[in-house]
Write a protein that binds this ligand. Structure first.
Ligand code: PEP
Ligand code: CO
Length: 455
């Protein structure tokens, strides 16, 4: 299927820096403009992390997901950290995503498009600019690309050198992921490569093992008939992050010899977070000029009157694969807030990939001070999302999840029914609570059940 490149060049009144004329929310205050300028100039001279060819291939793949030919699985940490840029953490995260996609390919009988929330997910929006502890007020922690989490003035200073470090850590992550995938780590003939050491006694392990065995049988059968099938040995993996810190994104926005226009080459698939999606804001200004496929988080306060002009600004030519809308309403709000948006977009005949993020509308605090999410609410929102799309005559084409391959206890419930008192056992996130392995696999099984029951 060929995509018509409807708007290959950037709009005439746009440049990678034109966002600076708009109000930019959620940016740190750098205390030395010269130091910032030196760091961004250095960043702008460093090689990109992805290529325009890959970016356009993903756009094509997302166009296919829009048409229902594949399903998007997007997941990873809420925030990466420089200290978590290690071999086991990166490979465990990849293992969970591969296992989930195996469950989904097996059940959905269609390709799964894998996009990691990694290799650049270093900036976080915060509800307040400052944090006060025992009478001391300091800037909030905004992610490792900006400052450090420790509660000291030095750690919380916005340090431009971190822009360079974030690029370097993204490159290290990307290099390792690419090497694993190219080296056969994702080979469907060897799903045992993705086993996680500590899941042997998981209540879901048996069901998963059965699927692996059944896929192995089908594979052997097909290859007996047709010979080795190379595409089973390799999968594609794309990257994504919230393009929040616009100095970083601008420095990695490039032109390339063979494709017109501007590309954000820090990631394949940047998204606009819920708090920075104002039509007249800096983030929408920046995003409208790049050629990447892009996503926008859509929260419960968004109305059709706000959403449609945003879609016009970001995808004026209704280009296939260009725009993904990620709804994150909350289990209690989705039934009321989502249908009017689906109806309006459908009525206007706009092309979009609808994706459910059942995480961010379901965050709460426990009495003992943990930020958590109840698995029942996450599952409930996803379950409802499928039904609401079916009733509206639209298609839920993917999920966006926060998960980790580590054995954490951050979300309550799930196969082991984690309770409030379990959270302290292995709560590692400095930001949002993530699904652990079992909870992730359970959601993959739910997605299959819901999709299959709809035919
Ligand atoms: C996130 O994805 O981590 C996030 C902050 O999401 P949202 O913008 O939807 O709140
Ligand atoms: Co988050």
């Amino acid at each position: 299927m060929a995509i018509r490149p409807t708007s290959p060049s950037a709009p005439v009144d746009w440049s990678p820096a034109s966002w600076q004329q708009r109000e930019a929310l959620q940016q740190p205050r750098y205390d030395d403009p010269a130091e910032l300028a030196t760091a961004t100039a250095q960043l702008a001279s460093l090689p990109p992390l992805v290529t325009s060819w890959e970016v356009l291939a993903l756009k094509q793949a997302l166009a296919e997901a829009q048409d229902g030919h594949s399903f998007l699985l997007q997941g990873g940490d809420c925030a990466e950290s420089f200290t978590d840029c290690t071999s086991p953490i990166i490979s465990n995260r990849l293992k969970v995503l591969l296992q989930m996609s195996l469950v989904m390919v097996h059940g959905l009988k269609k390709p799964v498009l894998r996009v990691g929330r990694f290799a650049g997910q270093y900036a976080k929006p915060r509800s307040a600019d400052t944090e006060t502890r025992d009478g001391v007020t300091l800037p909030s922690f905004r992610g490792d690309v900006v400052n450090a989490p420790a509660f000291t003035a030095a750690a919380r200073r916005a340090d431009p050198q971190r822009l360079i470090q974030a690029h370097a850590h993204s490159a290290l992550t990307m290099n390792f992921v690419r090497a694993l995938i190219d080296g056969g780590f994702a080979d469907l003939h060897h799903p045992e490569y993705w086993d996680l050491a500590w899941v042997e006694h998981s209540p879901l392990a048996a069901e998963y093992r059965q699927m692996v065995a059944s896929i192995g049988d089908s594979l052997r059968f097909m290859e007996t008939l047709a010979g080795p099938i190379a595409s089973f040995s390799r999968v594609d993996f794309f990257t994504s992050h919230e393009a929040l810190l616009l100095h970083y994104e601008q420095a990695l926005t490039r032109q390339v010899p063979r494709h017109p226009g501007w590309f954000n080459l820090s990631t394949h698939f940047p998204w606009i977070g819920m708090r920075t999606a104002a039509l007249d804001g800096a983030h929408v200004e920046y995003f409208r000029g790049i050629r990447n496929p892009i996503a926008v988080k859509v929260g419960p306060s968004v109305t059709p009157e706000q959403l449609l002009p945003l879609m016009d600004a970001l995808n004026p030519d209704d280009e296939p694969g260009r725009l993904t809308l990620v709804h994150r309403m909350g289990n209690a709000a989705i039934a009321e807030r989502l249908p009017p948006l689906l109806d309006a977009v459908k009525r206007e005949g706009r092309r979009v990939l609808w994706v459910a993020d059942p995480m961010h509308g379901n965050t709460e605090s426990t009495s003992n001070g943990y930020k958590t999410r109840r698995f029942d609410n996450i599952r409930g929102e996803l379950d409802q999302a499928f039904d609401i799309h079916a009733a509206a005559g639209t298609r839920l084409g993917g999920v966006h999840l926060e998960l980790t391959g580590e054995n954490v206890t951050e979300c309550m419930g799930g196969a082991r029914d984690l309770s409030e008192s379990d959270l302290s056992r292995a709560y590692k996130s400095t930001v949002d609570p993530r699904l652990n392995y079992e909870q992730s696999l359970e959601l993959a099984m739910l997605i299959v059940r819901k999709s299959v029951s709809r035919g």
